[in-house]
Design a protein around this ligand. Structure first.
Ligand SMILES: *Cc1c(COP(=O)(O)O)cnc(C)c1O
Length: 434
């Protein structure tokens, strides 16, 4: 039945049922570190990955977290999802499940700053190479492939300039030229606006901290596997999947779990999540479930408000330029029309007349918008990247990333659009008057 549900039904029901022990209708918070084995045989089967249905220890799985995982997998159209303690952990684990020292990743230049730090600095420290390429330059993706390349990584919709990745084209290069999986960070779009697995991605990662939760109360992440990548065709390239794992019984993950389409997700849970350890708290999983239930309602309001703000800004004399994924005239216009028929999401950026000084004064003058580094909250948020998130770069480096000195990034919330435009106008006049 759940396979046929529409998005709005699945976001409320997928993965959940009245609690087997109490008939509680909402998903309870299973605040327990561990679960009692039924017998010595069942305990042994659990360690050998022969019993995959029982819970053992909340670092590897928890019933509250499992509901969130099943629901996110269903909304993304994936086979399985694994939840993590943060979006950063989701990105790290999605790649560490594939890579070992000496391997290499090709990633879009425009990805989230935390991803750049992880791939460019932390992974370099453990011998994993990185080449970054402008997301829209398909020849650069192709040219970046090396013999050791084992993953492609991009965001579906980028931040703060609203760039949209041509997922089909990048997936074709990943699969045909490099023979590696494509991992897509879908945090900004959410599965309501775009499902990367339907456009060639093999794995999707999320910072659930943002729109999937929406309330801005819980850090979290998720990795969704579409089970589309064939780790068996060139077994020598994927020893983690094709050779047995210490303590987990006979056979590699590919041999044992590809028939049930769980090779990647099972290895993820039973090795990298187990051993690096960034499991989510069941309390945070409960909060994530509360957010997921209203995702489509919030996204519809985010998009409607963002469009109203975009139009307002386009007509404003103190605005040099507006950045939004679905605006006409961008290099990715045709891609956005194809991938984002429901709209471009909630992140709107613009260049204010007057550069860095005007940008700082504008942010100080806003009242309803909260000045902070997060996105994807029901509340409207603002930041001036040149003086905050990107202040360690030179103006030239910022310029290369599309971040002008007067760029203001807005994460449009679900308030009344008229109250948001009034707040923006108040700040514009404060900048003008000073
Ligand atoms: C916030 C964010 C992350 C990191 O997620 P955390 O939950 O903050 O660890 C990764 N990717 C994107 C696109 C983000 O916006």
């Amino acid at each position: 039945m759940s396979d046929e549900w529409g998005f709005d039904t699945a976001q409320v029901h997928a993965g959940a049922a009245p609690d087997a022990a109490t008939n509680a209708r909402a998903t309870p918070i299973y605040a327990t570190s561990s679960f009692v084995y039924e017998s010595a045989d069942q305990a042994a089967a659990s360690f050998l990955l022969e019993d995959l249905d029982s819970y053992a220890y909340s670092r590897m799985g928890n019933p509250t977290t499992s509901v969130a995982e099943q629901r996110i997998a269903r909304l993304e159209g994936g086979v399985k999802a694994v939840a993590t303690a943060s979006g950063q952990a989701a990105t790290a684990l999605s790649l560490l499940n594939l890579l070992r020292s000496g391997d290499h990743v090709v990633a879009a230049t425009e990805v989230y700053g935390g991803t750049t730090n992880l791939l460019g600095q932390r992974f370099a420290e453990i011998g994993i190479g990185l080449t970054t390429v402008p997301v829209g330059d398909l020849d650069a993706w192709r040219a970046a492939i090396r013999p050791g390349t084992r993953a492609f990584f991009t965001e579906s919709v980028g931040n703060p300039t609203g760039i949209v990745a041509d997922l089909e084209a990048i997936a074709a290069i990943a699969h045909e030229d490099a023979d590696v999986p494509l991992i897509v960070d879908n945090t900004l779009a959410t599965p309501y606006l775009l499902r990367p697995l339907e456009h060639g991605a093999d794995v999707v990662v999320h910072s659930t901290t943002k729109f999937l939760s929406g309330h801005g109360t819980a850090i979290g992440g998720a990795i969704v596997d579409g089970a589309t990548f064939d780790f068996g065709s060139r077994p020598e390239r994927w020893p983690g999947f094709t050779t047995p794992d210490v303590g987990h019984g006979e056979g590699g993950y590919w041999e044992r779990f590809s028939p049930s389409r769980q090779a990647y997700s099972r290895r993820l849970r039973s090795t990298v999540l187990r051993d690096y350890g960034p499991a989510p708290s069941p309390f945070n999983s409960f909060l994530l479930i509360q957010g997921l239930e209203t995702l489509s309602l919030r996204m519809r309001q985010h998009v409607a408000n963002a469009q109203a703000i975009v139009e307002h800004l386009l007509a404003h004399p103190q605005v040099e330029r507006v950045h939004y994924p679905t605006l006409p005239g961008t290099p990715w216009e045709a891609t956005a029309r194809r991938l984002l028929p429901r709209g471009g999401g909630a992140i709107v950026s613009f260049d204010i007349v007057g550069g860095q000084e005007a940008g700082r004064r504008f942010v100080d003058a806003l009242g309803l918008f909260s000045h902070l580094a997060n996105i994807g909250d029901v509340r409207s948020l603002v930041i001036h990247p040149a003086s905050t998130t990107n202040s360690s770069q030179t103006p030239a480096q910022r310029g290369a990333a599309g971040i002008g000195e007067g760029l203001i990034r807005l994460s449009i919330g679900i308030e009344d659009a008229a109250d948001l435009t009034a707040d923006l106008d108040r700040a514009f006049s404060a900048v003008r008057g000073s």
